[in-house]
Design a protein around this ligand. Structure first.
Ligand code: CMX
Length: 472
């Protein structure tokens, strides 16, 4: 047994563990490439018992070992830095960013199958990786593409539920309402009500719901887009296309580059470990054995907040307001003044800062690389690049911002805008579609591992005052 005395010792150890497990995992995942079994559910059937045993051992052998100390700052500060959740599909390191099952974004770009050689990863491959921890081959990914397309039929009442809302309703409100309407078909809810599934098999109807949901959200999302911005002319799904290309197609964007962007977009926004608002909301609601539709709708409602997923909308609107006021060829000094004006009016600079990351987000970096390759002369991309030089020193000067560097949302809007998807209020819906991959994958594992109802203890200020006086 290891005895850990100080908070800093625990956090040093925690950071070492994150890095070591990432490395050993990535080797393991790559070695499994080449499996010929293309059925995702049977792969899971094989893996789940091993992981159930692993969890049992962790509980019985190490259940009482502390993994951190809880301070008053953590209780008052939105639980920052508090380790309190199990999330298998991805792990975030403050310095190097996200790893999906141990693999960094550049590693995923290298080893996950693409639509063409050297292309961006297919989101289906990432979904396979998140669920199984293994890198799929192209056959497996193609089979999953087909399976998702075959599950994508959306009942008519879903469109009617969306149509009941005014066109002025925010796209995230329309999207989340559509997801709630999809819940009518939940296999998990039906099985639970009928009492026909033993709890050790809860993951199976959850798997069905999760795959149906992942398959259907691009259809619902593109319906919202076409309804709001393209006079309601709907483009049906093309089952010869992969997931990302199909989503782009149903939105009305058929250029090969936009399809590549959509594959990259869906892949990198899918998962960001468990504590962020959307992932945590989905996990929390799912822990009450609410089905994946109910859990994912909760996640979407969290994503719709401006400090989380809505920031991608806010970034583009903010950049457009800079251009409106100062023109596209704004100097760095003018830009500095604009940033200070934003801060002095009590607002945040959208797209900068993060609750965990302490470096530039690798999801920002890979979007920047995409822009350098495909749209280096775009004026808005150049403005985003200027902001990368101007904003961090100003946020550092404020003295209170823990991470002055850009996050994923600082870049996504200008890429979409370049390819003609200019309606910024819609951007968080794209983020939501992508998040279905991560949140639903973890929900399957939540049920497979039999994770319990989430119920942390809360206290009030009287309790804290009393606790402090007793501990003096
Ligand atoms: N602009 C201005 N002030 C900022 C800031 C920014 N970009 N980022 C942090 N701060 C401020 C906070 O508002 C806080 O101020 P107060 O003490 O006055 O309340 C202070 O700096 C300390 O905050 P922090 O510990 O550095 O950051 P948090 O973990 O509390 O918050 C986040 C993280 C993302 C909410 C925050 O950085 C922010 O508001 N960023 C802008 C919105 C954004 O881009 N959100 C998207 C994040 C990625 C995602 O989830 O999609």
């Amino acid at each position: 047994m290891v005895f850990l005395r100080s908070v800093s010792a625990i956090s040093r150890l925690r950071s070492r563990v994150t890095k070591q497990s990432s490395l050993s995992n990535s080797v393991r995942w790559i070695q499994t490439q080449g499996s010929s079994d293309w059925d995702l559910k049977s792969q899971l059937q094989e893996i789940i018992p091993e992981q159930q045993d692993r969890l049992k051992k962790l509980k019985s052998q190490h259940g009482t070992v502390p993994v951190g100390n809880i301070t008053v700052d953590m209780v008052l500060g939105g639980m920052r830095g508090m380790t309190g959740l199990l999330w298998e599909t991805s792990l975030l390191d403050a310095e190097e960013g996200i790893r999906f099952r141990g693999m960094s974004i550049p590693e995923c770009q290298k080893v996950l199958p693409a639509a063409q050689p050297g292309g961006e990863p297919l989101p289906e491959g990432l979904l396979w990786l998140l669920l199984t921890g293994k890198v799929p081959n192209k056959e497996q990914v193609d089979a999953l593409s087909k399976e998702l397309a075959s599950r994508a039929a959306v009942p008519d009442y879903v469109y009617k539920a969306i149509n009941a809302l005014p066109l002025t309703a925010h796209p995230m409100t329309q999207f989340a309402s559509g997801v709630m309407a999809l819940q009518v078909e939940s296999e998990f809810q039906k099985a639970y009500e009928e009492g026909v599934v033993h709890k050790s098999k809860f993951w199976e109807p959850t798997f069905e719901d999760a795959l149906n949901l992942i398959a259907r959200v691009p259809v619902v999302a593109s319906y919202v887009y076409r309804r709001m911005f393209k006079d309601g002319s709907i483009i049906p799904l093309d089952d010869s296309l992969d997931y990302g290309a199909n989503f782009s197609h149903m939105l009305g964007f058929d250029s090969p580059q936009m399809k590549e962007l959509m594959r990259l977009y869906v892949t990198i926004h899918s998962d960001h470990e468990g504590g962020n608002v959307s992932a945590h909301a989905g996990h929390l609601v799912g822990s009450a054995l609410s089905d994946p539709y109910l859990a994912f709708a909760a996640a979407l409602n969290g994503l719709a907040g401006p400090l989380h997923g809505l920031a991608n909308q806010e970034v583009l609107l903010w950049i457009k307001s800079v251009v409106e006021e100062c023109g596209e060829n704004i100097s760095k000094d003018q830009l500095k003044d604009y940033v200070w004006k934003t801060l002095n009016s009590g607002k945040v600079v959208p797209g900068y800062g993060h609750g965990v990351l302490r470096k530039t987000d690798p999801r920002y970096v890979c979007q920047r690389e995409f822009a350098l390759k495909h749209l280096p002369d775009d004026p808005l991309f150049q403005l985003v690049s200027k902001l990368y030089e101007v904003v961090p020193p100003i946020l550092t000067e404020l003295g209170k911002v823990k991470n002055p560097w850009p996050n994923v949302d600082a870049h996504s809007g200008v890429l979409l805008n370049y390819y003609g998807l200019t309606e910024a209020r819609y951007y968080t819906v794209l983020f939501g579609v992508s998040r279905s991959l991560g949140i639903c994958s973890q929900l399957i594992w939540d049920r497979a591992l039999g994770l319990p109802l989430e119920r942390p203890k809360s206290v009030n200020m009287d309790w804290l005052d009393k606790f402090m006086s007793l501990s003096r």
